[in-house]
Design a protein around this ligand. Structure first.
Ligand code: PMV
Length: 343
C-alpha cells in the first residue's frame, strides 16, 4: 500500500454586514462591490474537511455530509484544486526532496454541523475549509490573504472566512483577480462585547441560489448600479470606522440599512427574488420596535429567510426573550430555532 498524506481542518461561518451581491467576472468570481463581514466563532457553526492523497487512489472523489458528489461537475471545486495543485507543483520543482503530491488523486470528506444552503453561509465555511485544508496538505507557504484569492474562486464569500474577527473583501481592479482578496479589519479580540444570534426561520434549501440570483440582478436591476456606485464605497468606509470605534449604534444602523438594500435589490431584479418570508419581516418589525428609543440590536438577512441579530452581550437575553414571546412555542422547534453564537 502506498503512503497516505492527510490533513483535517475546520473553518468558520461569516455573516456580511455590507453584502456582496453581483459578479463582474463569473469565472474568476470578481465582485461588483467590496463587502465586509463578521466571522462567527467555530464553537457552534463550522465546516470540517479531511483530505487524503495517495498513489493508490485512481480518481479524485468528494463526500459532502456523507453523500458522494461529482467533482467534475463542480467547476469551482475543480478551480480550487487546480490552483492549489499548481502551487504545490511549483514547490516540488524548487525542492526535489519534497514528496510528489501535486500529481496524486485525492479524497475529500467535508461536513457542516448546520443546514447546508439555507442561507447560513455554508458555502463560505465549506470553500474556506477546502482551500485551507488543501494548503495544509500541500504545505503551501501562503498567508490567509493569499489563500483568500483561491477560496474566492470556490465561493465569493468564502474568501472572508479565512480570517477571524472583522473582514473586508476588497473588490480589486485587476482583470486577473490578484487584488480581489480578503483583509482583516480588526481581530476577534477587538470587540468581545459584540455577539451574534442566529434565528433559524427555515432550514430548507433556498429557492434561488446566490449564483443564479446575483447574475439575474446584475442583468436586470437599475438599483444595483446605484448601490455599487453611490452607496457601498462610502458605507464600507463608515462601517470600518464604526468597527474601529466600537460604535454599536452606527454599526447596527449601517448593517440594517445594507441588509434592507440588498433585499430591495433582489426585489428590483426581474423577475423578482424573495429571500425573506413573513417570519423574517416580523423579526424586522420586532427589532425596529425594540430600537425605538436607541439602537440596541441589528438584524441582517442573507440569501434566505434566516435572521442574524448582532447586539452587545448585555442585550442578548432580553432579545432572546422578546423573540420567544412573539413566537411562543415555536421558539425552539422547527419554525424558529434560536441558536446563540459568539463572534
Ligand atoms: O458567496 P456566495 O455566492 O454564497 O454569495 C453570498 C452572498 C450573500 O451571503 C447574500 C452576501 C455576502 O456577502 O455573504
Amino acid at each position: 500500500m502506498a503512503a497516505i498524506f492527510e490533513a483535517t481542518c475546520t473553518a468558520p461561518v461569516n455573516i456580511a454586514v455590507v453584502k456582496y451581491w453581483g459578479k463582474r467576472d463569473t469565472s474568476l468570481i470578481l465582485p461588483t462591490n467590496s463587502s465586509l463581514s463578521v466571522t462567527l466563532s467555530q464553537d457552534q457553526l463550522h465546516s470540517k474537511t479531511s483530505i487524503r492523497a495517495s498513489a493508490d487512489f485512481t480518481t479524485d472523489r468528494l463526500w459532502l455530509n456523507g453523500i458522494e458528489e461529482s467533482i467534475e461537475k463542480n467547476k469551482r471545486l475543480v478551480a480550487c484544486l487546480r490552483e492549489t495543485r499548481a502551487l504545490r507543483a511549483t514547490l516540488e520543482a524548487e525542492n526535489a526532496t519534497l514528496p510528489k503530491l501535486a500529481g496524486l488523486k485525492i479524497h475529500i470528506c467535508s461536513e457542516n454541523n448546520f443546514p447546508t444552503a439555507a442561507g447560513l453561509a455554508s458555502s463560505a465555511s465549506g470553500y474556506a475549509c477546502l482551500v485551507y485544508t488543501l494548503s495544509k496538505l500541500f504545505e503551501l507557504p501562503l498567508n490567509a490573504s493569499d489563500l483568500s484569492v483561491v477560496a474566492r474562486q470556490g465561493s465569493g464569500s468564502a474568501c472572508r472566512s479565512l480570517f477571524g474577527g472583522f473582514v473586508a473583501w476588497e473588490m480589486g481592479e485587476k482583470a486577473d483577480g490578484s487584488d480581489s482578496r480578503a483583509v482583516q479589519i480588526a481581530p476577534e479580540t477587538h470587540w468581545p462585547d459584540l455577539q451574534a444570534m442566529i434565528c433559524v426561520v427555515s432550514d430548507e434549501k433556498k429557492g434561488t441560489s446566490s449564483t443564479e440570483g446575483m447574475q439575474l440582478t446584475v442583468k436586470t436591476s437599475a438599483l444595483l448600479q446605484h448601490r455599487i456606485k453611490d452607496v457601498v464605497p462610502k458605507r464600507m468606509d463608515d462601517m470600518i470606522a464604526a468597527i474601529h470605534a466600537k460604535d454599536f449604534p452606527k454599526f447596527a444602523e449601517l448593517t440594517m440599512q445594507d441588509s434592507n438594500q440588498f433585499h430591495a435589490v433582489c426585489l428590483d431584479t426581474y423577475p423578482p427574488i424573495f429571500y425573506m418570508n413573513d417570519i423574517s419581516r416580523a423579526i424586522i418589525r420586532i427589532i425596529t420596535e425594540y430600537n425605538k428609543d436607541g439602537v440596541k440590536a441589528a438584524y441582517t438577512f442573507d440569501a434566505g429567510p434566516n435572521a442574524v441579530i448582532y447586539a452587545p452581550k448585555e442585550n442578548m437575553a432580553e432579545i432572546f426573550s422578546i423573540l420567544s414571546h412573539y413566537f411562543p412555542g415555536a421558539a425552539f422547534d422547527d419554525s424558529l430555532n434560536l441558536v446563540k453564537e459568539n463572534p
